[in-house]
Design a protein around this ligand. Structure first.
Ligand code: GLC
Length: 554
């Protein structure tokens, strides 16, 4: 990877210099938001001469002018475009604003769900870090960065709390899964309670929170051009504390991050313990974002070196061992087992008999994906949406792999999208396997919730991935499906069934991230230059020089 100033936000002192930043894809996109993009060529393969910088600057001026908005109820995005905005957009903005949570008069986040009809509130009345990400992006895209800044500072303050579960003290860098503002109307005071896993069902710490925090800090910086927040000593320290947790040396033999089950969006037991793709992709993205934001002072410098080494090893490991396509599946199917020493081909001793039947039918001739998990003698072949989309956005996936992931979406549309975008994972686990893997979890029955349920929030990630790979038509199709039902059904948290036809058994209504996810998807399609805040360009120097299968090189 290049020197940090080339890869990121440092040295950028004004909005005008944003085009010099890392995202070549952004510049290309400004010129090519249409359908005519040739599939096989990724954006970064096109030459600079193909870009229209004039148009780029015009767009950037609109997109990067935080103060440019005034009317609270009129989304900037819908006033900007020349075509009629969908009627759902105004409704969605109203609902999103209703979900705002204030602390001492300042908006600091959005509540997870505003569902008065539901008997059980559980913790859906809290601000979840991961749930706030699409809300934050919607506000940034709409030129309202203040709430995002407040959120970043508030959660940073919470990170500084001493965190304990029973008698055990958590790592200093841990970020909360969620927090709640308690208003005392008599004393007229606001206080905050935060949950770092000590109240969460299952008592798991949210490994993803810290990564999302870093990713959001970059999105804020990139969107506003305001470097002062990321450069604040407290923010620099917050980043270093998060990184310390995941860069520490131990007994690891792999550069991937070892996790407990339920430590991310899937926050219940679902057999994702070990090295889940969601965390690995977020880890990779957070490392790259940090590299762009960490100052090169005495403390930052050491982190830079550690991050570079880890990125190098992590990208090699993921691209080699987590990637699967037709060729690779065939190779695994023919693996020999019990190989010893450095010459082993089947390094993790995957027993071919353990390959589930469904994957042979599911794998198209053209297409591929990062599998759910890889550890000794255990390959989880399930496909997970978030990990694969983030792999595209962070450029953990090579351009060829990114294209192959999109090919898979097209080839397996019914399975992965069906009637409501998109499945959290595929396929569902059933019967005996469900009993063993989930511990008989009644919420995670087959094709429901985390077990193959369809989550509208994932629409923004799919859309971003589509734009990055030059396939906006796929996103358009998915958004149309969502538009046919989301508002009518009251913005459910998730849908059930093989095709995602039924509003989820225990799904909340007015789930904020379903609303915000839709808005972000719409704004991204409308103005693809927004992609720059949540996408990182392919870095060729990170690429391992190995070739494993056809879809890598085609
Ligand atoms: C569920 C989801 C989790 C989300 C939370 C709040 O527990 O699994 O990812 O953060 O609800 O919406």
């Amino acid at each position: 990877m290049d020197a940090p100033k080339e890869s990121g936000l440092r040295n950028v002192s004004s909005v005008c210099s944003i085009p010099e930043m890392d995202d070549f894809d952004l510049k290309n996109l400004l010129d090519k938001p249409r359908l005519t993009i040739k599939r096989e060529r990724s954006f970064d393969e096109r030459s600079l001469s193909e870009m229209s910088l004039t148009r780029g600057l015009e767009n950037l001026e609109l997109a990067y002018s935080p103060g440019g908005r005034s009317g609270f109820d009129t989304p900037a995005s819908s006033t900007r475009n020349s075509f009629e905005p969908h009627p759902m957009i105004a409704e969605a903005w109203d609902s999103l604003r209703r979900s705002l949570v204030h602390f001492r008069g300042q908006p600091v986040g959005t509540i997870a769900a505003y569902d008065h009809a539901s008997e059980e509130v559980l913790n859906y009345d809290q601000v979840f870090v991961r749930d706030f990400v699409p809300s934050a992006l919607a506000f940034l895209m709409n030129g309202e960065p203040d709430i995002v800044k407040n959120f970043l500072l508030k959660t940073l303050q919470l990170q500084g709390w001493e965190k304990r579960i029973d008698r055990f003290k958590l790592g200093e860098g841990a970020m909360p899964a969620s927090f709640k503002v308690l208003h005392d109307p008599e004393r007229k005071t606001d206080t905050i309670v935060a949950d770092f896993g000590e109240s969460a069902i299952g008592r798991v710490a949210p490994v993803d929170s810290g990564f999302w925090w870093i990713i959001l800090l970059r999105a804020y910086t990139k969107s506003t051009g305001d470097l002062t927040l990321a450069e604040m000593p407290d923010c620099q320290k917050g980043m270093r504390l998060i990184l310390t947790l995941c860069l520490s040396e131990g007994f690891d033999t792999f550069p991937t991050l070892l996790c407990a089950d339920g430590c991310s969006m899937i926050d219940r037991r679902m057999g994702i313990y070990g090295y889940p793709i969601e965390i690995q992709a977020l880890f990779f993205m957070a490392l790259r974002c940090s590299l762009a934001m960490l100052k090169l002072d005495s403390e930052g410098k050491e982190f830079h070196e550690r991050i570079m080494k880890r990125l190098h090893a992590l990208s090699f490991h993921m691209r080699s061992y987590f990637w699967i396509d037709f060729q690779q599946l065939n190779d695994i199917y023919r693996y020999k087992t019990e190989e010893y020493s450095h010459t082993a081909v089947n390094k993790f001793n995957v027993i071919p008999d353990s390959i589930p039947d469904w994957v042979f039918d599911f794998m198209p001739t053209r297409g591929g994906y990062f599998v759910g998990n890889v550890s000794p003698a255990r390959m989880d072949f399930r496909w997970f949406a978030l990990g694969n989309c983030v792999a595209i956005l962070s450029s953990l996936a090579t351009p060829e792999q990114a294209s192959a992931i999109m090919d898979l979406f097209e080839a397996r549309w019914e399975e992965l999208v069906g009637e409501m975008p998109i499945k959290i994972c595929y396929p569902a686990i059933e019967s005996h396997e469900w009993r063993i893997v989930t511990g008989c979890d009644p919420k995670n029955t087959r094709w429901s919730y985390h077990n193959g349920g369809s989550w509208p929030v994932l629409l923004w990630l799919l859309t971003a991935a589509c734009i990055k790979t030059g396939r906006p038509q796929i996103a358009r199709k998915a958004i149309e499906l969502a538009e046919s039902r989301l508002l009518k059904d009251g913005w459910p948290e998730y849908y059930d069934g093989k095709l995602g036809r039924y509003v989820g058994k225990q799904a909340r209504k007015h789930q904020t991230w379903s609303i915000a996810g839709y808005l972000v998807a719409k704004m991204l399609l409308e103005d693809p230059s927004h992609l720059g805040m949540i996408s990182l360009e392919d870095d060729r120097q990170l690429k391992p020089i190995i070739k494993r299968s056809s879809s890598w090189t085609c």
